[in-house]
Write a protein that binds this ligand. Sequence first.
Ligand SMILES: Cc1cc2nc3c(=O)[nH]c(=O)nc-3n(C[C@H](O)[C@H](O)[C@H](O)COP(=O)(O)O)c2cc1C
Length: 187
Amino acid sequence: MTTTTDLRVLLVVGSVRDDRRGHLVADWVRDRLAEHGGLEVDVADLRDVTLPASLDGSGDTAAWRARIDAADAVVVVTPEYNHGYPGYLKTAIDSAYDEWRGKTVGFASYGGTAGGARAVEQLRPVFAEVHTHTVRDQVVLPNIWELIDDQGVLDASRAEAPAKAMLEQLVWWGTALRTARRADVAA
Ligand SMILES: Cc1cc2nc3c(=O)[nH]c(=O)nc-3n(C[C@H](O)[C@H](O)[C@H](O)COP(=O)(O)O)c2cc1C
């Protein structure tokens, strides 16, 4: 059950590849959010979010921007591709601007040896540019393929503690920034 005080979290699934592993990581993060309680979660799988690549304002981005607008906090699940993050994730970030403002963002990344940490290091300044705060702690899952069994089940239990830390910071900042945004509106 959600209440009016629940923090609204947008969980962005950043990988759109056909044979991706990202949905497993996103499901695991969604379960951590559910365990935390007091959160209303909107899962935004970018596979289901159609956005114009042109970024010239001509395409329809209204539905996507409304989902960001409704969120108090964001968790981005991202893989690492060639030491960066997916191109479509950048399109999703660039397709909004004011809607990001005053929100907080946490990360769960995965990949090879660096576990997506390099992708997140690139995402932090991008989110700063759209006036968001990013939380310090993050989920990092190196060699993601080793954590998935033959049945396709992900064991990310090693990341329980970082996930808890990331969520605690997300809730703290998300709540504080929501109060600040509401005070702005009331002023
Ligand atoms: C095009 C491509 C580039 C990649 N480059 C890196 C990389 O630079 N560093 C890394 O740790 N893993 C890299 N990987 C491995 C991915 O992080 C890993 O395959 C992960 O599962 C990709 O996420 P996805 O399956 O959700 O799309 C790369 C994978 C692809 C497909």
